[in-house]
Design a protein around this ligand. Structure first.
Ligand code: F0G
Length: 339
């Protein structure tokens, strides 16, 4: 008897993992696609990734990444994180019986996420600086100093992106068509790259006959890809001291920048910057007009959609999916500050 599969592993045939590998899973994925009724006019849906086991889309990548880590027999995993990757790695490592080290920017991680890393038993290392410094620390320790028993699971690890590409598969399954555009909050730029990979695979297999435009949204104070895109630079225009209230995407040197630029270019999309105020207004509108509670970074997608309409990048009759990347409970402090 074949076990009924749910979420990410429903698409196992489209994941490059052989049948003898046993997944480390908590039924992640299969998240709601919710049509907006009041916050905006038009055919706009929210893919509510807050409904994943640890409350963010990171679980889609982590189920695959930790499955591989366990399969190859490492002792533990390590990630740098603004919080959600850490929470997810901690939970999946616990489930797999692996150690987990999370390297975090001191003072830069929302309370709910920090609590999750503690809860699931990760070892927490704090670094002075921002996410980019934490990632540098992981590079130095694991790649240069050769800590071979710690498997790195940041989104330059291709297995992460394999899991996250299932967002595209679910959108097509649910809508039975390809939306005109996907709007994605961008930090380290893994997710937008992964979702684009998912759509392109469906297209290359002949399962869909058009591709969506990929719209990447960054916060004004942490918008290296917007700058790189607008100035048509061939190298990343890094931000040394990124700042936004949306701590999840407070990133100045996104590791997947080139993949993300290519995704946006190939899909005839664009990058858009939104202000912290626009982000907070979108948090509020999703919550109070639609009942959808998201953390600030997630609301960058609605803020970006509104800006894209204003700028004439998108039309009101375009069908659009906004990726709401993480749950409101992740960041209670920011919410208490606005209301
Ligand atoms: N939204 C949320 C809630 C996130 O946590 C992240 C990334 C993003 C959007 C951006 O996704 O990095 O693939 O472009 N969070 C990472 C972390 C950096 O450490 O949790 P991305």
């Amino acid at each position: 008897v074949r076990k009924r599969r749910f979420g990410v592993w429903r698409y196992r045939e489209l994941l490059p993992i052989s049948d003898n590998v046993e997944p480390v899973t908590m039924c992640e994925g299969g998240t709601p696609l919710i049509k907006l009724n009041r916050a905006v006019d038009g055919h706009v849906y929210v893919k509510f990734e807050g409904a994943n086991p640890t409350g963010s889309f990171k679980d889609r990548g982590m189920t695959v990444g930790v499955t591989i880590a366990k399969h190859i027999g490492v002792k533990g995993v390590v990630v740098a994180s603004t919080g959600n990757t850490a929470a997810s790695a901690a939970a999946y490592a616990a489930r797999a019986g692996l150690a987990c080290v999370v390297v975090l920017p001191r003072g830069g991680v929302a309370k709910g996420k920090l609590a999750q890393s503690l809860l699931h038993g990760a070892r927490i290392v704090e670094v002075d600086g921002v996410f980019d410094d934490a990632l540098e620390e992981v590079f130095t320790e694991v790649v240069i100093n050769g800590k071979k028993d710690l498997y790195p699971l940041n989104s330059y690890n291709p297995w992460r992106l394999e899991g996250q590409k299932t967002i595209a598969f679910e959108i097509v399954d649910e809508l039975s068509e390809v939306p005109d555009a996907i709007v994605v909050p961008v930090g380290n730029a893994g997710n937008i790259s992964a979702i684009w990979k998912g759509f392109k695979e469906l297209y290359n297999y002949g399962l869909i006959s058009k591709l969506p435009r990929m719209i990447g949204v960054q916060a004004e104070g942490a918008a290296p890809l917007v700058a790189t895109w607008n100035r048509k630079s061939e190298t990343l225009l890094e931000i040394e001291k990124p700042y936004t209230i949306a701590s999840a995407i407070r990133i100045g040197k996104p590791v997947n920048w080139l993949k993300a630029l290519n995704a946006v270019k190939e899909s005839n999309g664009t990058f858009i910057a939104v202000s912290d105020n626009e982000i907070l207004n979108s948090v509020k509108d999703l919550a109070q007009y639609e009942g959808i509670g998201v953390e600030p970074a997630s609301a960058a997608s609605l803020a970006g959609y509104r800006k894209a309409i204003d700028l004439g990048i998108l039309n009101r009759d375009d069908s659009v999916v906004l990726i709401a990347t993480g749950h409101a409970l992740k960041d209670p402090d920011t919410i208490s500050k606005i209301f």
